[in-house]
Every structure is written in structure tokens, then in C-alpha cells.
Design a protein around this ligand. Structure first.
Ligand code: AKG
Ligand code: FE2
Length: 287
């Protein structure tokens, strides 16, 4: 069967059919990489992969990297992290909620993530959808005046920094001492140029993981006003694609250089069991 690609969202996201992700030819791997650049989010259903095969599939999209939060890495494949709301003998089996807020993976690390790849192990009959936002469409639709204000500007980000130190998801309550140490502030461009396609996208995110402290060279009020304007704009549904997981055996992967995403697992009821495996690949310093 030939590989086919079908657009799922308005400006981005596609379903890829007709491939076995555990057994790709070189030509199929190259076509898949091109589809990832063209469509930014890919859905590949009906896959039967061992953890070893999933680990190998991840390596098609770059150098795989361990998550900075270490407690739920797969024991045999540490680049594979387990996301799950299920428990065994009262102990969680995985990260219960990997981010029910808009973010881009590792945007707060010196070297951000390129791809993130999820593989479903168990999916509930409802709940746990994943949302995506096309940050190039977001950028393109900004008023010219705003584009002129943000092109070439930078902001400061620190993992889970928040104006509310009491937030249980903020760095002071969420991170272990060594994780605190490994996440110093970083300087990021508001507008990122994709290193492979040359396209421009907005690269700032409202979620707590991005921990945006402020825009460089602006006073606090001006910076907060501009960030509010950008966050209001990017959270408009016209830029989004909602993915509903249907079954085990589905791969969903996206390009963090030009896509933001959010989980909806924060309030998933315990009887709606959802378990996924997850891999990210190491990207460069955003510019
Ligand atoms: O669980 C999800 O739907 C997405 C989680 C997430 O943000 C991630 O894996 O990076
Ligand atoms: Fe994420």
C-alpha cells in the first residue's frame, strides 16, 4: 500500500496512512520527514510497535533526549517517558498531566525540542484530547504594526517561573533542587525562523512551563500589555486543531519549532484511563 497524506486541520495537521512505522523504507522515512515539515502535526493510526521500535522511530526525527523531569522515564528506554493517569497500588504509573496549558516542549531550555512524538497505549472512550496551534499562521495573521514591534525582539523565559509563587505548578513547588539548578533563565526570540523551512512563527507561550518573565528592553507594563495581546491572538480557535485519540496504536507527532500544544488531562477522571509513551528530540537554540 502506498503512503497517503490527508489534511486534517485548516492550515496544518495531516493523517498519514499506508505505512508501518516499525518498518519504514528509506524512501518512506524521507517522505515522512517532508510531510512533518509540510503539515507540522502528523497522525499515524493502526501501529503495532514495541517500546524498542517506538524508541527507534523517534530517532528518525533527531537525537532523542531525556525529559528534564525524571520520575517517569521508561526503565529500559530512558528517552521514552510515560504519561498516564493510572495508578498501581496507589502509585502513579506516569506523568498525570504533561501540560494542560499552551506550550512548546523545552522552549525554556537552552536547546529546545524539535519533534515530540506520542504513542497511545490505552485511550479512554472520552476525554484527553490534545490541542495544537499553528504558530506560523498565528504570526502571519498579526497586524503589520504588531509584527514590526516584535520582529527582532527577545524575551526572558525560565521553566515554570510564575508571578504566583504559590502556584503548585510553579518552579518552587514543582521541581526538585537539581531540576531547579538545571533550568536557569534563557533569552528567546519572540519570532522564530524555522531552521529547515525558513518560515517565521511566533515563539512565545502563555503556559506556566514557558515561565515568561518579560520582553527585553520594555518596561513591565508595556511588556505585559504586548504579551497579553499576543496570547489573546494565538489562543483564537481559528489557529487550532483538536485531536481526539480513538485507539491504542496511534502515533501523533509535531514540530515544536512552529506548533504549540496543550493537553486536557488535568481533570481527567480516574476511570478514564489514558496512557501514552512520549519521545522528544533535541533541537537547536531558537533564533
Ligand atoms: O498528553 C497530551 O495530550 C500532551 C502532553 C504534552 O504536552 C507533551 O507530551 O509534551
Ligand atoms: Fe508538551
Amino acid at each position: 500500500m502506498d503512503m497517503t497524506i490527508e489534511r486534517l486541520g485548516g492550515s496544518f495537521a495531516a493523517r498519514v496512512s499506508g505505512i508501518d512505522a516499525g518498518n519504514l523504507s528509506n524512501a518512506q522515512a524521507a517522505a515522512l520527514h517532508q510531510a512533518y515539515l509540510d503539515h507540522k502535526v502528523l497522525v499515524i493510526e493502526g501501529q503495532d510497535l514495541s517500546v524498542a521500535q517506538f524508541d527507534a522511530f523517534g530517532q528518525l526525527f533527531g537525537e532523542t533526549v531525556e525529559h528534564p523531569v525524571k520520575n517517569f522515564l521508561h526503565p529500559d528506554f530512558p528517552k521514552v517517558m510515560v504519561l498516564s493517569n493510572s495508578t498501581r497500588l496507589g502509585k502513579p504509573l506516569g506523568v498525570k498531566d504533561a501540560g494542560s496549558f499552551w506550550h512548546s516542549d523545552r522552549s525554556y531550555m537552552e536547546r529546545a525540542a524539535d519533534a515530540t512524538i506520542l504513542f497511545s497505549i490505552e485511550i479512554p472512550d472520552e476525554g484527553g484530547d490534545t490541542f495544537f496551534g499553528d504558530m506560523e499562521a498565528v504570526y502571519d495573521a498579526l497586524p503589520e504594526k504588531t509584527k514590526a514591534r516584535i520582529d527582532g525582539r527577545q524575551y526572558v523565559s525560565q521553566y515554570r517561573w510564575s508571578t504566583n509563587r504559590g502556584d503548585p505548578e510553579s518552579r518552587w513547588n514543582f521541581l526538585m533542587p537539581d531540576e531547579l539548578e538545571k533550568t536557569p533563565p534563557v533569552v528567546r526570540p519572540l519570532v522564530r525562523t524555522h531552521p529547515e523551512t525558513g518560515r517565521k512563527g511566533l515563539f512565545v507561550f502563555p503556559g506556566v512551563s514557558a515561565g515568561v518573565k518579560g520582553i527585553v528592553g520594555m518596561d513591565a507594563v508595556e511588556s505585559a500589555d504586548l504579551l497579553d495581546e499576543l496570547f489573546d491572538h494565538m489562543t483564537r480557535p481559528e489557529f487550532h486543531f483538536q485531536f481526539k485519540w480513538r485507539d491504542a496504536g496511534t502515533i501523533v507527532l509535531w514540530d515544536n519549532r512552529c506548533v504549540m500544544h496543550r493537553a486536557t488531562t488535568k481533570n481527567l477522571p480516574p476511570d478514564k484511563v489514558r496512557t501514552l509513551h512520549r519521545i522528544s528530540t533535541l533541537g537547536g537554540v531558537p533564533a
